[in-house]
Design a binder for this molecule. Sequence first.
Ligand SMILES: CCCCCCCCCCCCC/C=C/C(=O)SCCNC(=O)CCNC(=O)[C@H](O)C(C)(C)COP(=O)(O)OP(=O)(O)OC[C@H]1O[C@@H](n2cnc3c(N)ncnc32)[C@H](O)[C@@H]1OP(=O)(O)O
Length: 719
Amino acid sequence: MAEYNRVSECVGVITLRNPPVNALSAAVRQGIVDAVQRALSDPNVKSVVICGQNGIFCGGADIKEFGSNMTGHPLIPMIHAIESANKPVVAAIEGSALGGGLELALGCHYRIAHSKARLGLPEVSLGLLPAAGGSQRLPRLIGVPAALNLITTGRHVTAAEALQLGIVDQVTDHNTVDAAVKFALSVAGRSLDPRRISTHPCPQQPDLDALFEEVMQKVRQSARGAIAPIACVQAVRAAATLPYAQGMERERELMATLFTSGQARALQYCFFAERAVGRWRMPSGARWDTSKSRPVHKAAVIGLGTMGRGITVALAQTGLSVIAVETQEKQLMEAKQAISGMLERGAKRRGVAPALDGVIYSQNIQAVADVDLVIEAVFEDIALKTKVFQQLSAVCKPGTLLCTNTSALDVDQLASETPNPELVVGMHFFAPAHVMKLLEVVYGPRSSPQAVATAMQLGKKMGKASVAVGNCRGFVGNRMLKPYIEEAFFLLEEGATPELVDQALEEFGFPMGVFRMSDLSGLDVGWRVRKGDGLVEPGTASGRFARIRQGRRYSPLGDLLCEEGRFGQKTGRGWYQYDKPGSRVARSDPWLHSFLGAYRAQHGLVARRIDHQEVLERCLYALINEGFHILDDGIAAGPEDIDVIYVSGYGWPRHRGGPMFYANMVGLAKVLERLEHYQQLHPEVPHLQPSSLLRRLVASGSPPIHKWGEAIKKLHSQL
Ligand SMILES: CCCCCCCCCCCCC/C=C/C(=O)SCCNC(=O)CCNC(=O)[C@H](O)C(C)(C)COP(=O)(O)OP(=O)(O)OC[C@H]1O[C@@H](n2cnc3c(N)ncnc32)[C@H](O)[C@@H]1OP(=O)(O)O
């Protein structure tokens, strides 16, 4: 797991070998310890180089080991042994040096990086801190402010930035190991004392207390309840104020708290879930590893409203050539200007040239004749979309993939309007499409595995968390959102305020509560859907029956607000009030409170005290319950798919792992018991009726989340 060779007579080269990322498993740690020992005891060896095989230095500690009893040689003494070696040790960094990988490099006396390498201490994103001395060495090397930035955000830096910060000593465009060996030869025999970072004091920093106070305040605000970023600040503070040995002790104490925390489990689950969703499978048995994607060189977007513009930018930024079609000249010109602006701003942020020439604008759908894939993003109207699909089928070359960005319409129905339904899939982007990470790839019963593979591949290329899901109303994300929003409306009827509901959800970790979120996305969106579903009834009927529609409890509160012209932020009024239309600062609105009072009086509802726990249980368990229905229906292949969708697209706090992971943490029996409790109180609310899958999982002993897949298969086979 770590290979040792002697090169150029007197340089010992230690190569980490643990594909795919050379993680520091027990075997690798032991291999390094043994190899260092060999190099130091060989009188012919004057210096040592540590590198990784296959163009990657090291992706850090082996995260899979964190869930088990960690055995084997510990990381910290291993790194100390390297730092205290009496021969120079040079890290040759190619690919990535992350987490424990960078901590290992910081224990070396010198670091040489390839120009394309990326370095970072991303432990915070796994609910941890750099606890192999990273929180103590990095501030000593690059100063407190820069180290705080890197450690609390976990961001990866380029080799150029690492050089500028002083993390690496040299950057090369050539073979890194050769450069490191040459360098190691040149420094053999030099004094190593100044190169042992742990012996340095932290660079002086004026007004240290004020700096830490300011950073801590910022971190608390953005952490939304996550504990690791705060522990990271505390650890760096120890580096700045304590001798190294005491700082290490503090680092260990803080890590001990984080290591066994539910948040660390949740964040590490997210890490693996994000990778697991790439290994998609369909109920037909088609899978990621047996379905070949088609190359996409040229794509088209039809309809350049907000979504179409964002999709065009996302596609163009991957280097694809894009035909952007909008039939109205004025809209086309406006879209061109907006898209160019977005491309320019994005390119500036990323330090690259804007892909302006990659987009060709046209008013004529014939322009898409030779593209490999089209994404339709016209208005959400089935007749219009059907017409577009029929035109595309006539215009496009054979084999062109036809994708719809619909969020609410039936992908199967659209597919059935084309001569080649196997070429049709949904690509459900989230606004703004060039920013939001999530992409639901929606397959119907007739979508070909190749079409799904191509859309998933394209999503990956665009940097999206792409999740393949089956076709149903609302797909996965919006389908689960419906009971969540409905419960929030019911809570208002029963005595809550938008402020109370939002506060409970924001304290849970959502960036925005349900009402602030509705104001942002526009109340008229849901109104239009409810109208289409025949749920909206005009008039002022009162009493219980006025709140039953299609046989189930219904709250017309959202409709009534829309009738008042309160569409949210864009009209300056919604569940909150805003200084002016478009303004973002939500303020409590006395009008809304008296409106709620009058509504309750009209319907004979007596307001009662509702606490945060009830808000969370009713909104979140209703959403989770729908997630179980989705799993039972086979719309999502596993809980990871649902969790990735919620964490990357719906603001579910990552440190709580996603709704299904959260249910697993709370305990399935408890979720079931609370749903039963609320269902008894509200028998006219079907979404509180526990899903049969949840019941069956509890009856089968509540298996842990990684065993749900197996359990679901077994339960289905027993049906
Ligand atoms: C009682 C309490 C006691 C407490 C005390 C405990 C003391 C313990 C002390 C230990 C101190 C440890 C301190 C160090 C901690 C760490 O190092 S944590 C890990 C930090 N590293 C990372 O976060 C990097 C994670 N990896 C990546 O970002 C990327 O994988 C990559 C390296 C940039 C490569 O990207 P890419 O090429 O796109 O490949 P991927 O698809 O992401 O990955 C390929 C597969 O590799 C798996 N993998 C990646 N990294 C790791 C890892 N570090 N460990 C295990 N596995 C890893 C990844 O999951 C992929 O596999 P699949 O999931 O099977 O697809």
